[in-house]
Ligand binder design. Structure first.
Ligand code: GH3
Ligand code: MG
Ligand code: MG
Ligand code: MG
Ligand code: MG
Length: 312
């Protein structure tokens, strides 16, 4: 289902990635029963600027996947608890990790065994002993390519924010995390005011610019731990971690005011836009769908009360 990539699109996507995402290190999960080997590879990759996590017990992998969210997994072919091939199959069963690169490590020289391993969804094979440069090169190349693919799968093309599917997935994860850690989270739903009129008056292209300028503002002004997505059309969602609804209201109120002061242009003609926002937190509702419903209701009230406002 991933369409073939044309190289100029890949280059553009890479540029966008570099511009949009702060330089957070890419995460590499190393699953290897030999502690000495695991630490050796870990050090090589850390020196090359990667963030690494080592698992010497393969059965821990399921617990770590969602939380660490690796950009690539290095798996030892031969481990006592379960083979690398079995482990790769388990990883591939997780929807969110169907495309994460898996690279096998082994002393296996037989082409036949290597092909068998590739057939289970491995992307490459590193044969021990290997040079540090070989590991770094294999990992770098695959992580970069995967980021491009991931962007197509996870992000909205116009704004670069998470798409609806990925946003609601993240909301589920953050709600679970919040229940576990007892730390608050708030959900904001933002909807542009009279946007149909904006399109009708200034044109669809100008409308698209407004959508991008709001997205840019969200990406720049929110904290790295906050999560923004495009829920559809001119509607956006923001998950504010470690934040309750009252504090979130102050944050969104500032954004609302600043956004309303941005001057947009259509053929040299200036115009302004506003948004309305509904907020809810877990003290009001306990599940992700209920949280969405509560924020939606608050948004509806904000529209009814005259728009250009933030309501809890
Ligand atoms: P309200 O204040 O009640 O939200 O009014 P509204 O006009 O914003 O709401 P409505 O749902 O009636 O219209 C939403 C408009 O958003 C209609 C649609 O053309 C526009 N829109 C949705 N997606 C896009 C897009 O990707 N680009 C542009 N330019 N416009 C879009
Ligand atoms: Mg081993
Ligand atoms: Mg509407
Ligand atoms: Mg609207
Ligand atoms: Mg709408």
């Amino acid at each position: 289902f991933v369409k073939p990539l044309d190289m100029s699109a890949v280059a553009t996507a890479l540029d966008l990635l570099k511009a949009a995402d702060p330089p957070t290190p890419q995460r590499i999960l190393i699953v290897e029963d030999s502690k000495a080997m695991a630490d050796y590879i870990g050090r090589i990759l850390q020196d090359a600027g990667f963030d690494t996590r080592v698992l010497t017990q393969p059965l821990q992998v399921l617990g770590v996947l969602a939380e660490f969210s690796p950009d690539l997994i290095l798996v030892d072919m031969y481990m006592p608890e379960c083979s690398g091939v079995e482990l790769a199959a388990v990883v591939r069963q997780q929807d969110a990790f169907v495309s994460v690169p898996i690279v096998f490590l082994s002393g296996e020289q037989s082409t036949e065994r290597q092909l068998e391993a590739m057939a289970t969804g491995a992307d490459d094979f590193l044969t021990k002993p290997f040079l540090p440069e070989q590991v770094v090169a294999a990992v770098k190349l695959r992580v970069e390519r995967h980021q491009v693919i991931r962007r197509y799968i996870e992000r909205d093309g116009l704004t670069g924010l998470l798409n609806h599917t990925r946003f609601t997935e993240r909301l589920d994860i953050e709600v679970m995390r919040s229940h576990r850690t007892k730390r608050p989270i708030a959900l904001a739903i933002i909807d542009l005011d009279h946007f149909k009129r904006v399109n009708d008056t200034y044109g669809h292209v100008a409308g698209d610019h407004v959508l991008r300028s709001l997205s840019r503002m969200l990406s720049r002004r929110l904290r790295q731990t906050d999560i923004a997505g495009r829920l559809g059309g001119e509607e956006f969602g923001v998950i504010l971690t470690e934040t309750d609804a009252q504090h979130a209201r102050k944050v969104l109120e500032t954004l609302r005011l600043d956004f309303s002061r941005i001057q947009h242009l259509s053929g040299g003609q200036p115009f302004y836009c506003t948004f309305s926002c509904g907020l809810a937190d877990l003290s009001q509702r306990q599940t992700a769908p209920a949280l969405l419903e509560a924020a939606d209701l608050a948004l509806y009230e904000a529209k009814r009360a005259g728009r250009d406002r933030v309501l809890v």
